[in-house]
Design a protein around this ligand. Structure first.
Ligand code: G1P
Length: 289
């Protein structure tokens, strides 16, 4: 069993890339077929052995609380209509894990969101999942990171190789390969230009962080857009001689915070879906592009 018991999931952002769909609902509740994006992340945490989930929410995010709440009336209604399986599935949602909610007053970036949950963490290491990145295939992505943490007892980043022209969207690392898929991270740069990027190995939104990272976060300067970047805390930690490891995870990532990534996720999970997968595949084959 891992000593990491909690995961923080920041969900305070406005989701401007999906407006107007996200004007009156959280982007994390957009459905990939019939399951909201946020549920994939909670299931990833649970599949990794984590039972305590802390959401850092903001204005307009109550639907996330409701989604993981007990819904007795809906269950009885489904039972009364003979939809027993669906009723069971709905019940399971509220007992998946223990949920806690803290509020971020303003959307000031994921670094600030993490600080809002600091008092619930104390001196423990903790997992962090950003609300956009879903990984499918292979063991749960977070579980893979936990195994690396158990070995090195230092912060761990989930790494992916992307085409060089895309690095400007991510935190990009300079690292030394020390074992199969494992890197000693020597530097990390947030959203560099393609020319300045130290590699094409980017960090996706899944991390294990240790208490020192929170201490560095308290001292990082906000970016010009007022956001606090977790990457800046990682840089400070590395500059002081701290260690960070990166792991090229197994599986395929879908960036559901981006329109194209979201559509790819819908197609991927739609094709795998037990109710509609086969019919969806025939439909896609018939489409003339
Ligand atoms: C954030 C992080 C970045 C990381 C990315 C992964 O950026 O700051 O380091 O590579 O998530 O999705 P954002 O997508 O919030 O701009």
């Amino acid at each position: 069993m891992s000593q990491i018991k909690k995961v923080i999931i920041p969900v305070g952002g406005f989701g401007t890339r999906f407006l107007p769909a996200t004007k009156a609902q959280p982007k994390e509740m957009l459905p990939i077929v019939d399951k909201p994006v946020i549920q994939y992340l909670v299931e990833e945490a649970v599949a990794s052995g984590i039972q305590e989930i802390i959401f850092v929410t903001g204005k307009g995010k109550r639907a996330i609380e409701d989604h993981f709440d007990y819904a007795g009336e809906l269950e009885s209604f489904l039972e009364s209509r003979g939809k027993t399986e669906l009723a069971k599935e709905i019940r399971k949602l509220s007992s998946l894990a223990h949920f806690a909610f803290v509020r971020q007053r303003e959307p000031k970036g994921a670094g600030d969101a993490l600080l809002q949950a600091k008092h619930l963490i104390g001196q423990e290491p903790v997992a962090v999942l950003y609300g956009d990145d879903i990984v499918d295939g292979g063991p749960a992505c977070l579980k893979q990171l936990l195994e690396v943490y158990e070995k090195y007892k230092s912060p761990v980043l989930a790494l992916e190789r992307v085409p060089k022209k895309e690095v400007y969207k991510y935190g990009v690392i300079r690292g030394k390969k020390i074992a199969e898929k494992t890197y000693d991270v020597l530097d990390i740069i947030e959203k560099p230009s393609v020319q300045d990027a130290p590699s094409n190995l980017i960090s996706i939104g899944k991390y294990i962080i240790t208490p020192e990272i929170f201490d560095y976060l308290l001292h990082v300067k906000p970016q010009p857009n007022q956001e606090l970047y977790l990457t800046d805390a990682f840089s400070a930690h590395l500059k002081k001689g701290g260690k960070i490891y990166g792991y090229e995870f197994e599986g395929v990532r879908y960036d559901c915070g981006d329109k194209l990534g979201f559509l790819k996720a819908v197609v991927h999970f739609g094709l795998k879906h037990p109710d509609v997968g086969t019919a969806f595949k025939s439909h896609l084959r018939r489409i003339k592009l």
